[in-house]
Design a protein around this ligand. Structure first.
Ligand code: SAM
Length: 224
């Protein structure tokens, strides 16, 4: 994948330019576009298996291409039963998502905040679907394990978590799958090496009881 560090956000010099990062979605053949379609399929499958109002939380939502792409293909009835929040730290990404949300006329709020802090989620949880797309390749193994366990605090009973992690070394896929089981989630599916890209998309469902949100804790910090 292209390295965007040369365009790093001056506010966060160690991080990639996560506005430009989204231009990979302009190419339908890019590995990120392929991953996006699989995440969208997982969201559509989840939505089709639900009835009535559902709440969605997208953590590090970027421009919201996954959930908003799905909602753009839904009928008005399904769109009207979805609510929730997209948490994202980059203002320009917030703006893109807000614009699309207005166009779609869906009940989603865009929250500009640090998604790595549990305090951010006060008032935004519990959610029936938690999206963790594009996080686990950019934070440490310890942070991923903590995120998996903490996601139980973000979930309503029986909630689904959709997550991604590439196969870059070290390949943490087996660990992540085990951490979800240890955290009280069953595995619904885990697509490995999707279409030969090295991308991985996992779907897990909470079978243990949710945990109350514990504010004031740091869960993860992006390192690139
Ligand atoms: C790899 S992108 C994934 C975006 C989106 N989830 C997707 O899959 O298309 C990671 C996103 O996380 C955002 N991000 C990084 N650190 C964050 C933080 N601490 N809190 C909220 N968002 C953050 C970046 O700005 C970027 O938009």
């Amino acid at each position: 994948m292209e390295d965007h560090r040369a365009n790093a956000n001056p506010d966060h010099p160690d991080l990639r330019d996560y506005v430009h990062w989204h231009t990979a979605y302009d190419d339908p053949e890019s590995s990120l576009s392929i991953r996006l379609r699989h995440v969208q399929r997982a969201i559509s499958t989840w939505l089709a298996g639900t009835a009535g109002p559902v709440r969605i939380l997208s953590v590090c939502a970027g421009q919201g291409h996954d959930i908003l792409g799905v909602l753009s293909q839904c009928d008005a009835v399904d769109r009207s039963r979805v609510s929730g929040a997209l948490v994202e730290i980059e203002a320009a990404n917030n703006d893109v998502a807000r614009h699309r949300i207005e166009e779609l006329d869906v009940n989603l709020q865009v929250v500009r905040a640090d998604a790595g802090l549990t305090s951010t989620y006060a008032g935004l949880v519990p959610a029936d679907l938690v999206l963790l797309s594009g996080i686990m390749g950019n934070v440490s193994a310890e942070d991923i394990e903590r995120l998996v366990h903490t996601s139980r605090q973000l979930c309503a009973p029986g909630a689904t978590v959709i997550w991604t992690r590439g196969a870059q070394g070290p390949d943490l896929g087996p660990d992540i799958r085990r951490w979800f089981l240890e955290a009280g989630f069953e595995e619904v599916s885990c697509e490995e090496w999707i279409e030969g890209t090295g991308m991985r998309v996992g779907v897990n469902r909470l079978v243990a009881a949710p945990e109350p949100l514990v504010a004031g804790e740091t869960v993860f910090t992006f390192y690139r």
